[in-house]
Ligand binder design. Structure first.
Ligand SMILES: O=P(O)(O)OC[C@H]1O[C@H](O)[C@H](O)[C@@H](O)[C@@H]1O
Length: 533
């Protein structure tokens, strides 16, 4: 199962035996909540992902008809408005499959930063775009604000009466979004089974509606997931989800709590989804696993002994395979999962969902809740109220420097860059350089996330996981605002309230965090930071 480090391999084998002896696969199949907790709450009503494909299969004809109708009406674009579990799965599919001839182009919006919203708005014709408003709870502030903004654009381009046809919702029954959908004339509201949690929802309507609209073969995805599900029903040591879960859990207990996913470029977006799956499911109560995704792949001596590498190995990724071989030769534990690019994505989604649930049982953490995400949301609400009262937000505290942060590094720490700015290829490249420098100089794991996306993913880890994080919080001062129809604040204020709110949450917990304002030009600001190192 794992090469490079016999101790990690031996421990995983032992835990795997123990799981089989305790009949864990059979008990998961029977929805036995005692696999995780004596209390069934937020467990028995969160295991619907085990059967998501079964729920969808009889509805696929209906989905085909829906997609056929949209295509026949000549829509050019589909924009998915959603956060966290409601958009990361579709984002992996979008990046992995790319545009499909004859189908609308799929775009994702999960940022409140005005520049990002304008970039999406400028790239589409709202009259010829289907907007998918996607939210399990139906009450997520970002998603509903995006809706208001784009509904405003569509109303202007069409008319208030007809623009509803450009909107589709995916949500649970009885949510505010379901009501909004029927009151405001949406083309369709897809109701998802309530027992599927947000981050476990990619193989349900949440993933399959955007995928089908973008021309992705959802039958193939579900078929691939079903074959993995069948293998995960197996009560023996051959169960692939059980094997990965045993490895993740046992390695973390032995101090290898930085699970580093290495994926080939063809499916590299998969890391974004795994990051949320692990961070929100397994990092709480002061312990857990730190997911490391999309990190630069460097020489073996840049890594500490707190790593477990999992390599999704696809044919033809020879350079990456050679670098992974070197890690293994130097004694780093590496698990290799053979994959066939997009063809196996359905199976990998299911394998990691299952393995995460198993690892939760080993680590004695509740894998279906996210108790520390709420704190930053409460801070945001409080700051927005303060803004309404006083007409301004408190200033973002600018504190310390990247070098002062790195002086505090201890063995086993991780360095997390959290940045509130539009996603941009040049900045992505500079952020990767920053991560490389930190890895080379300090030999610690690094992560990078854009705000507010990370709040719905690694935000749980930052606040609820082990206190081993060093946080570089990057903002961009104030920019041109973009109004949110019906609100007394705009997106710039919302994004700033989220940035300040999370900074305050981290500070209050005594986390090591510095905040740096990158100035008007984010790329120049990042280059200044690089010069400091
Ligand atoms: O789908 P929604 O209800 O809008 O939730 C979106 C996201 O919100 C929260 O931050 C949760 O921590 C995430 O797990 C969830 O995916």
């Amino acid at each position: 199962m794992v090469s490079g480090d016999p101790a990690t391999s031996e421990a995983a084998r032992r835990f795997l035996n123990g799981l089989v002896e305790r009949r864990v696969p059979q008990r998961i199949r029977e929805r036995d909540h005692t696999v995780w907790r004596p209390d069934p709450r937020e467990i028995v009503d969160r295991l619907g992902w085990l059967d998501a494909g079964e729920f969808l299969r009889p509805n696929l004809g209906d989905l085909d008809a829906f997609v056929g109708q949209v295509r026949s009406e000549g829509y050019q674009d589909v924009v998915l408005l959603g956060m966290g579990g409601s958009c990361l799965g579709p984002e992996v599919l979008r990046r992995s499959y790319g545009p499909v001839d004859g189908y609308p182009r799929l775009t994702m919006l999960d940022s409140t930063v005005p520049g990002q919203i304008s970039a999406v708005a400028n790239s589409i014709d709202p009259a010829r775009t289907i907007f998918i408003v996607s939210s399990k709870s139906g009450g997520t502030i970002e998603t509903l604000s995006f809706y208001r903004y784009f509904r405003g654009l569509a109303d202007e381009a069409l008319s208030r009466e007809s623009a509803g046809a450009n909107f589709v919702a995916i949500t649970d029954e009885g949510t505010p979004l379901q009501r909004l959908g029927s009151e405001e004339g949406f083309r369709r509201v897809f109701l998802n089974p309530a027992d599927i949690g947000g981050r476990y929802s990619v193989l349900s309507w949440f993933g399959m509606v955007p995928a089908a609209l973008a021309g992705i073969d959802v039958r193939h995805l579900l078929g691939s997931a079903a074959s993995m599900r069948d293998q995960c029903l197996d009560g023996s040591e051959e169960n692939p989800g059980l094997q990965l879960g045993a490895l993740l859990g046992s390695a973390a207990l032995a101090g290898r709590d930085k699970v580093t996913l290495i994926a080939p470029p063809s499916i590299e977006g998969f890391g974004l989804w795994v990051e949320q799956m692990i961070a929100e499911s397994l990092s709480k109560e002061g312990r857990g696993i730190v997911p490391v995704a999309d990190e630069p792949l460097l020489a073996p001596d840049c890594y500490g002994d707190d790593r477990l590498f999992v390599f999704l190995e696809t044919p033809g990724c020879d350079e990456i395979s050679a670098a992974v071989d070197r890690l293994q030769q130097e004694g780093h534990p590496v698990a290799r999962i053979p994959a066939r690019d997009c063809a196996d994505l359905g199976a990998e989604f299911f394998r990691w969902e299952y393995a995460t649930a198993v690892a939760g049982s080993i680590l004695d953490v509740h894998p279906f809740d996210q108790p520390d995400v709420q704190g930053a949301k409460d801070n945001t609400d409080r700051l927005l109220e303060a803004h309404l009262r006083a007409g301004a937000l408190p200033e973002q505290e600018i504190s310390g420097s990247v070098t002062s942060l790195l002086r505090q590094v201890n063995r086993g720490d991780y360095f997390a860059i959290i940045s509130y700015m539009p996603v941009d290829a040049e900045c992505d490249q500079l952020l990767q350089e920053l991560r490389s420098r930190v890895m080379q100089q300090c030999h610690i794991a690094t992560t990078a996330g854009y705000g507010p996306r990370y709040l719905h993913s690694t935000g749980q880890l930052h606040k609820g996981g082990p206190a081993t994080g060093l946080y570089l919080h990057l903002t961009q001062g104030s920019r041109r605002d973009l109004p949110i129809p019906g609100e007394r604040y705009g997106f710039d204020v919302l994004a700033a309230a989220q940035a300040i709110g999370d900074f305050e949450a981290l500070t209050k917990l005594g986390r090591r965090v510095v905040s740096v304002d990158l100035g008007d030009n984010a790329a120049d600001g990042l280059r200044r930071l690089l010069n400091e190192l």
